[in-house]
Design a binder for this molecule. Sequence first.
Ligand code: C2E
Ligand code: MG
Ligand code: MG
Ligand code: MG
Length: 288
Amino acid sequence: HAKDAGRNNHQFYASRMNESAGERLQMENALRQAIASIGLPETCQFALHFQPQISTKNGRVVGLEALLRWTSPVFGAVSPLRFIPIAEETGLIQPLGDWVIWESCRLIHDMRQRGIAGVRVAINISAQQLRHENLLLLVRGALACYELTPDAIELEITESTAMQNPEVTLDILDQLAGMGIELAIDDFGTGHSSLAYLKHLPIKRLKLDRSFVLDIETDANDASICAAIIALGHNLGLELVAEGVETAMQSEFLSRLGCDYLQGYLYSKPLPFAEIIAYLQAQQGVSE
Ligand code: C2E
Ligand code: MG
Ligand code: MG
Ligand code: MG
């Protein structure tokens, strides 16, 4: 009967929901344990990978984006698209994000000692981190500890993060920019920024979201969106970075539109530290 079927259905969904909630809880616990062991290099389950950003003017690597990787003994390699939201919802992003900032600075210092300079490292910052009172002290402390000037790093916040709590955000961004740290708006074009607000933010560049780049050659709408965002950014005095550049056609298209920097698999996937060092050394060899 329909009533029984309905009840069964209900039970079916309830058990499925419990199952996924259980799995999520397991992952949250695994994440908590992983963060607890972050200070022990032998057992650290996290690593930063680095993806180059290339200048369209001269083909040189101008920056690297630091991207967090987690290899769990239980779940294996977990995508940040999966564990970052859990970390954000549970507050675990605070200690994890602190580690990302410290580890980025440590590795920049290491790069400098290997003779690699003039490549800035972009660090992704979540909304909660941005609003935490300690962010400024933390960034200042990590830079000082590794003898870096503020131009060694750049902070990326997503367009939606920038749009939450506009007044608080503006205040914090002003303080960071006042320290000499460059700021970029990530995933630009997917949020709902008000241009009136955007023009007041002390930002240096916009990162054109990958979704517009994907079909740039075949979808006239995406091509016009890219052209419009690049023109808008330039009119506001900002630099443009395109994400997710996978083909030579996309690269040529974006270069023709005047996009300043390109990032994507066409140049390199995000690489572990040792491999990005080799990549940068090979690039230096080519350009000299
Ligand atoms: P995002 O900041 O927009 O980073 C770009 C993402 O696009 C990365 O995914 C990168 O691997 C991927 N990507 C780069 N080039 C290409 C390409 O040519 N094709 C395709 N299909 N993908 C490309 P990833 O590493 O999986 O990171 C996903 C997101 O997780 C990041 O998006 C960022 O929002 C977040 N995330 C990663 N690391 C951190 C971190 O340390 N802190 C915070 N708060 N968020 C992070
Ligand atoms: Mg990013
Ligand atoms: Mg992005
Ligand atoms: Mg993205």
